[in-house]
Design a protein around this ligand. Sequence first.
Ligand code: FMN
Length: 368
Amino acid sequence: MKIGEFDAGRFMLAPMARVTDAAFRLLCRESGAGFTVSEMVSASGIAQGNKRTLALMFRFERENPFSMQLYGNSPEKFAVAAAAIEKGGLAEIIDLNFGCPMKKVVGRGGGGSMMRDPAGQAAIVMAVKKACSLPVTAKIRSGIGGRVTATECALALQDAGCDAVAVHPRLVEQGYSGSADWSVIARVRENLSIPVIGNGDVRSASDAEAMIRTTGCDAVMIGRGARGNPGIFGELAEGTCGRGLPDSEIAGANRQGADETCTENLAETSAFISNLRAAGITVANGVTESIAAATAQKYAARMQYFYRYVDIFMSIPQAFRPGFNHFRAQAQRFTLGARCAAGLRKRLVFAKDMQSLMDIMAEIEDGN
Ligand SMILES: Cc1cc2nc3c(=O)[nH]c(=O)nc-3n(C[C@H](O)[C@H](O)[C@H](O)COP(=O)(O)O)c2cc1C
C-alpha cells in the first residue's frame, strides 16, 4: 500500500501511547512492519515547544517512512506543528488522531470527540495540507455517542485531501472493550477511493487474512497483538503464525484454532486440547508436547527480541530516552505467556534498577 509516494507495506504498527517508543518501533520495523507511527503527540505541545512533547518525537533515521501522530482540535496549532515537523525532517507522514477515548483528550474537544464533527476533521486536514507538503492520514473510530459516523467522516477527510484513512471500528465510549466491528471498515472501504487501513483485534496471520478478505482493506494495523511481541510482523509477512506446529498434528481442528493456540500460554493450549478431545475430535498423541515445544520456541524468540530492544533502547540519546518505569513495563510485556514466568514476573514489578531487572529477565529466559 502506498501513502503518498511512500511504500507503507501491508502490515503496520498501530500508535500506542506509552508502548510504541522509538526503540520498540524500530524493532517492529526490523521484524517486518511496513510502517510505524509515533505515540500521539499534542499539536499545541509542539506549537509551544513543550519539553515532554519534544521527547516523544524522537525517531531513528532508519525508521523510515515514519508518521508523526498529532492530536488536538485547533486547525491553526495542527498547521504550526505540521510545518515544524516538515522543516525539521522529523517525519515523512502526518497522522491525525480522531479516535482517542481518553477523558482529558475528548473533554478538550480532541481525539474521539472529533467523530461528531466531520467538517472539523476536514478543516484540520486542509490546514495541515496548506502548511506542509507531507502526505496526511487520519485514524478514526466507528463514531461516538452511539452514532456511527465513520463513513461520513472518512468521505469528508477524503474530500479535504487526506491520503489514507485508518479505521478502528469501536465507538469512542467503548474504549477497547467488546469486539471491533469489521463491517464498519468494509463500509468505509466501499465508499472511498483512497487507501483504507483496517485495525482492531488482529492477533495472528489468520486474523489479518480474515480482515483483508472480509473488509477489502488495503493494509492492516496491529496494536495490542504486537505488545511485547514484535515478531508478529515476521509471522504476518510469512503468513505463518504458529510456526513449528504442523497442521497435520491436529486432526479436525481448524487452522485458525492452531494459530490461536500458539499465541497463548501452555496452560491454555493444554485446555484447548482437552476441549477438542471432550468434543470428540481426535487429537494425535504427543500433540501437547509438540505445542509445548512450539510455545517454548516462541517465547525463546521473544526473549531475543527483548535483548535487541534493550540494545536499541540504550542507544536512544539520554535526553529523549524514556525513564526506567517505562522500560520495566516494556520488559514485562516481553514475558507475557512465558512458562515459569508468573512468580518471576511479580519480582519484575519491584525491580529498582536496570541490573536487577536484567538479572530477573535472565532467570525467566533460563526457566522457559
Ligand atoms: C495502550 C494503548 C495506547 C494507545 N494509544 C494510541 C494512540 O496514541 N493513538 C491512537 O491513535 N491510538 C492509540 N491506541 C489505539 C490503537 O492504536 C488501536 O487502534 C487499538 O488498540 C485497536 O487495535 P488492536 O486491537 O490491534 O490493539 C492505543 C491503544 C492502547 C491499547
